[in-house]
Ligand binder design. Structure first.
Ligand code: FES
Length: 344
């Protein structure tokens, strides 16, 4: 069936998929344990022993730069009684010492010491290494993957490498991170991101800037490029792209915004924006502030509508709806990828 024919018949995912903790549990394993997930920036690991700890869809994970300068990553779970090896956030350590009873691991994950443990029988330390996690970098961004058999990150990035090639991403300076907590399922937010149909009604300010009626989403290999003409007639030179399941890159000639839609359980989504600018001098501060203010306004508008939609999905009167063949090909594409992952 062609894309046009499929879209003409397309319906949304069932409402239950947006509220059912069992679906979320299936997504954790079928999607988030298999896809590469943006975890941080290379700059957050400036020296041997620099680490960053956080979560990937409920799995506590940390990455650390070892003595040879390589990045390593592990589940942040001690093999004794599941204590944390490092506390969440950034830090630096010389040895990986569990925060609970002090078992010591090296940066290859091997269990080295078990202080004051006593004489346990049949206890082979070699069988109690940290659980490894894959970690690789792309253009200064650090990704992790829980699946030992996953294809390399370069394959996952795929054609996005060529799409972003014209932009000097490595020259952009990190300006700051902005986090928004939204009371909705991660798919509710991604659905909203995947179409420009709502721009006219939800984002009046943005609608004055772009011609939302001509908004287009171009479907590619597990990613989608968004385009909308400027009402001013100025040509749009940036790249506005979403990569399944939860990564978005807004890249411009003078900076970029890297967006993660981090699922926090079945009913909460944490939006994490990392803003980068080419020029962070004093002279550029007004322009940066204006750019951040626009992002905040649009995000708050999105958060408000997504939380309202989630309440209605939770309420139980609505089961599923039809998708606009003109405007919602991105939603259909996203839903197809979710269905495919859960069917596998
Ligand atoms: Fe790590 Fe006990 S849980 S040393």
């Amino acid at each position: 069936m062609t894309e046009t024919a499929a879209l003409a018949r397309a319906s949304t995912l069932p409402a239950s998929w947006y509220r059912d903790p069992e679906i979320w549990e299936r997504e954790r394993h079928a999607i988030f344990a298999k896809e590469w997930t943006l975890f941080g920036r290379e700059a957050q690991f400036p020296a041997p022993g620099s680490y960053l700890a956080g979560e990937v869809a409920g799995w506590p994970v940390f990455a650390i730069r070892d003595r040879d300068g390589a990045l390593k990553a592990f589940h942040n779970v001690c093999r004794h009684r599941a204590g944390p090896i490092v506390w969440d956030g950034e830090g630096r350590c010389d040895v990986l010492r569990c925060r609970y009873h002090g078992w010591v691991y090296d940066t290859a994950g091997n269990l080295r010491r078990t202080p004051d443990f006593g004489e346990a029988e049949d206890f082979d330390k070699a069988r109690f290494s940290l659980f490894p996690v894959r970690v690789e970098s792309w253009r200064g961004l650090v990704f992790v993957n829980l699946d030992a058999d996953a294809a390399p990150l370069a394959d996952w990035i795929g054609a996005l490498d060529d799409e972003t090639a014209p932009y000097p991403i490595e020259d952009y300076r990190f300006h700051g991170e902005v986090v928004h907590e939204i009371a909705c399922n991660w798919k509710t937010y991604v659905d909203n991101y995947a179409e420009g149909y709502h721009v006219r009604d939800v984002h009046p300010g943005l609608d004055r800037e772009i011609d939302s009626g001509a908004y287009e989403v171009l479907l590619k290999d597990r990613y989608a490029v968004h385009q909308a003409p400027q009402r001013s007639g100025a040509s749009y030179t940036g790249l506005w792209v979403w990569r399944f399941p939860t990564l978005a890159l807004n890249v411009y000639d003078d900076g970029m915004n890297v967006e993660r839609m981090v699922p926090v359980g079945h009913d909460r989504t944490r939006l994490v924006y990392n803003f980068f600018f080419r020029d962070t001098s004093e002279a550029a501060q007004d322009r940066i502030a204006a750019s951040l203010a626009i992002s905040r306004e649009v995000t708050l508008e999105d958060a408000r509508i997504c939380e309202a939609v989630q309440r209605n999905l939770d309420a139980g009167i609505y089961e599923a709806g039809r998708l606009s063949p003109r405007h919602e090909n991105g939603v259909w594409f996203f839903h197809a990828l979710v269905r495919q992952a859960l069917a596998a």
